[in-house]
Design a protein around this ligand. Structure first.
Ligand code: NAP
Length: 260
C-alpha cells in the first residue's frame, strides 16, 4: 500500500503535515516517541474517509531505530512513496556549558537518523522511478549561529545534503526537497529548552506546511517559509559572513546571558 511516512508527527509541523495529507487522501505512517499522542491522532485521522493512519512509537535517535523502522514498514507491507523527515530538536547556550550527550543525541536525531532513513527509502523509490522526500532543515541552516552552534550546524547539514540529493535524483523520478522554516509556533522551544521568541515574528505550522507542499509540487530543491524569513536569509547571504556572525552573537549572547 502506498504510504506517506512522517517522523515527528506527534506535534507541531509534523502533526500538521499528517492532518493536511490525511485530508488529501494519503495513507499515513506516523512516527514519534509519544505513543498516546500518536494513537489519538491515528484514531482521529482514521475517521476521515479513505485515510488509513497507523503509527510506530520509537526514539529515532537510537542507533538501530532507522533500520527497525524500515523493517517494520516491510513487515506491514507498506510502500513508502513519500517520506517526511521532520523529527528534530535544538538547544541553546554556551556550547562549553551544554550537556555534551544531549548535543550528540541531537546530531543522532537531526542528522544521522535522517541520512539513514533517506537512504533506506530512497533506494526503493529509485527502483520505482517515483517518490518524494522532504527533509526539514531551518533558516538557522544558512549561517553559523553562536549559542545554537550544534543545532544550526545540523540544519546546515540537512540543507546541503537535501539540495545535493535533489540534483542527483532529478533524472530518477524522485523529488528531494529541504524545507526551511523560521520561527514557528510549535512545542519546539519547550522541547529544545530555548526561550520562545516573540509571537510577532512567528509563523504557524500550517503556513510552513503550505509552503512545503507548494514547493514540492513545483519541484524546488529547497524552500524558505515566509517572506520575512526569505528576505532575512537573502540579506545575510549578501553581508560579510563575519558581520552576520558577530551580529547573531551579539543578539543571542544577551538572550543566554553570556560574557562579552
Ligand atoms: N518551531 C520552529 O521554530 C522551527 C524552526 C525551524 C525548523 N524547525 C524544525 O521543524 C521540525 C519539527 O519541529 P516542530 O517545530 O514541529 O517542533 P515540535 O512540536 O517539538 O515537534 C518535534 C517532533 O519531533 C518528535 N521527536 C523529537 N525527538 C524525537 C526522537 N528522539 N525520536 C522520534 N521523534 C522525536 C516529537 O515527538 P515526541 O516528543 O513524541 O518524540 C515531535 O513530534 C524539527 O526538525 C525542527 O528542528 C522548527
Amino acid at each position: 500500500m502506498n504510504t506517506t511516512l512522517i517522523t515527528g508527527a506527534s506535534s507541531g509541523i509534523g502533526e500538521v503535515f499528517a492532518r493536511r495529507l490525511a485530508a488529501g487522501g494519503h495513507s499515513l505512517l506516523l512516527v514519534a516517541r509519544s505513543e498516546e499522542k500518536l494513537i489519538n491522532l491515528c484514531n482521529e485521522l482514521g475517521r476521515i474517509k479513505s485515510t488509513r493512519a497507523q503509527y510506530v512509537a520509537m526514539d529515532l535517535s537510537e542507533r538501530d531505530a532507522p533500520a527497525r523502522l524500515f523493517e517494520e514498514t516491510q513487515k506491514r507491507g507498506l510502500e513508502i512513496d513519500f517520506l517526511i523527515n521532520n523529527a528534530g530538536f535544538g538547544s541553546m547556550g554556551d556550547f562549553a556549558k551544554l550537556d555534551p550527550q544531549r548535543e550528540l543525541d541531537m546530531i543522532d536525531l537531526n542528522v544521522r537518523s535522517l541520512v539513514e532513513l533517506t537512504h533506506r527509502f530512497l533506494v526503493p523509490m529509485r527502483e520505482r522511478k517515483s517518490g518524494s522526500i522532504i527533509n526539514v532543515a531551518s533558516t538557522a541552516g544558512f549561517q553559523p549561529v553562536p549559542f545554537m552552534a550544534t543545532y544550526a550546524a545540523t540544519k546546515a547539514f540537512v540543507l546541503s545534503f537535501s539540495e545535493a540529493l535533489w540534483e542527483e535524483n532529478r533524472p530518477h523520478g524522485v523529488k528531494v526537497m529541504a524545507l526551511c522554516p523560521g520561527v514557528t509556533d510549535t512545542n519546539f522551544f519547550e522541547a529544545s529548552r530555548m526561550q520562545r521568541p516573540p509571537a510577532r515574528i512567528s509563523q504557524t505550522a500550517a503556513d510552513v506546511v503550505d509552503t512545503a507542499l507548494r514547493g514540492l509540487a513545483r519541484g524546488k530543491s529547497s524552500v524558505i517559509s515566509g517572506w520575512t524569513n526569505f528576505l532575512m536569509v537573502e540579506s545575510e547571504r549578501l553581508a560579510p559572513r563575519s558581520l552576520v556572525l558577530r551580529t547573531a552573537g551579539m543578539v543571542l549572547r544577551k538572550t543566554v546571558g553570556g560574557k562579552e
